[in-house]
Write a protein that binds this ligand. Structure first.
Ligand code: ATP
Length: 266
């Protein structure tokens, strides 16, 4: 694998068996790559295999065939080169925000002082230094999700993998968190792969969007959605590129080819 690749998914297929023993082909021959420092979204309609694909990259599911490499290493299970964020952070209720972030580091056998320092850095990175000693029930939904992101970042992973990270949040908090994620990306340069069923979110945040279509889940197209420079979310939302890319992505998600619009082709 070339040195500037963070994630390399090659020919991944996944067959599940349902309760009655019938085969369900969730993914068929899926390949895509993510370069270091990129933000890539996986999107598509319900049941197209987004979560299954991300769980395979996380190491929580094994592919029936095909391979996944992260940071040059073949994925055979969960590993410390991947930070994982789910829709709900699932924090330990008896631990503080900082304690929850430290928890993620305990399995790594770091001395306590190093753990504390790494957790403090991560909490600061997500803008929660002022709430580091609060317990989960004293935090808002957005703050809890920030703790989840800090926990994933504290291990200094090669890649941050996020499954619908903001979809359980109210609209305003969600917008704040989207902006926050771009700031974290700017500060850390981390490679980020996230699953979202939300077209706008995918276009706004990602440099490229991998679209999947169902039955069986497969890649239908990869759309370049990078906005040049450090544009704010508001600037992005109001831009002509946003409208065009949103339109193109909708076509891909619905299994169509991109039609040229205003003389611009995909
Ligand atoms: N553990 C499982 N056992 C059997 N079938 C499964 C299992 N997990 C997923 N599937 C099936 O695989 C297909 C893809 O599911 P997956 O959850 O990956 O899709 P998705 O795109 O993430 O959907 P959604 O947007 O609704 O969450 C679906 O047909 C689903 O029913």
């Amino acid at each position: 694998m070339s040195g500037d690749l963070a994630v390399d998914v090659q020919g991944v297929s996944k067959v599940f068996r349902d309760d009655k023993g019938r085969e369900v082909q969730a993914l068929h021959d899926v390949s895509f790559q993510v370069r270091r420092g990129e933000i890539v979204a996986l999107t598509g309609r319900s049941g197209c295999g987004k979560t299954t694909l991300l769980r395979i990259v996380m190491g929580l599911e094994h592919p029936t065939s095909g391979t996944v490499e992260v940071d040059g290493e073949q994925v055979r299970g969960p590993g410390v080169n991947r930070g994982i964020v789910f829709q709900n952070a699932e924090l330990l209720p008896w631990r503080t925000a900082l304690g929850n972030v430290e928890f993620g580091l305990e399995a790594r056998g770091l001395p306590k002082a190093e753990r504390r320092a790494a957790a403090e850095r991560a909490i600061e990175l997500v803008g929660l230094a002022h709430a580091a000693h609060r317990r989960p029930h004293e935090l808002s939904g957005g703050m809890r999700q920030r703790v989840g992101i800090a926990r994933a970042l504290a291990i200094d992973p090669a890649v941050l993998l996020m499954d619908e990270p903001f979809s359980a949040l109210d609209a305003q908090t969600r917008e704040n968190m989207q902006a926050e994620l771009l700031e974290i990306h700017e500060r850390t340069g981390k490679t980020i792969v996230f699953v979202s069923h939300d077209i706008d979110e995918s276009v706004l945040l990602a440099d490229r969007v991998v679209t999947l279509v169902p039955d069986p889940g497969r890649v239908h197209g990869v759309l370049d959605t990078a906005f040049g420079g450090s544009t704010s979310l508001d600037e992005r939302r109001g831009s002509a590129e946003f409208a065009l890319r949103r339109h193109e992505l909708l076509q891909l998600v619905h299994g169509r080819e991109i039609q040229q619009q205003d003389g611009v082709s995909a």
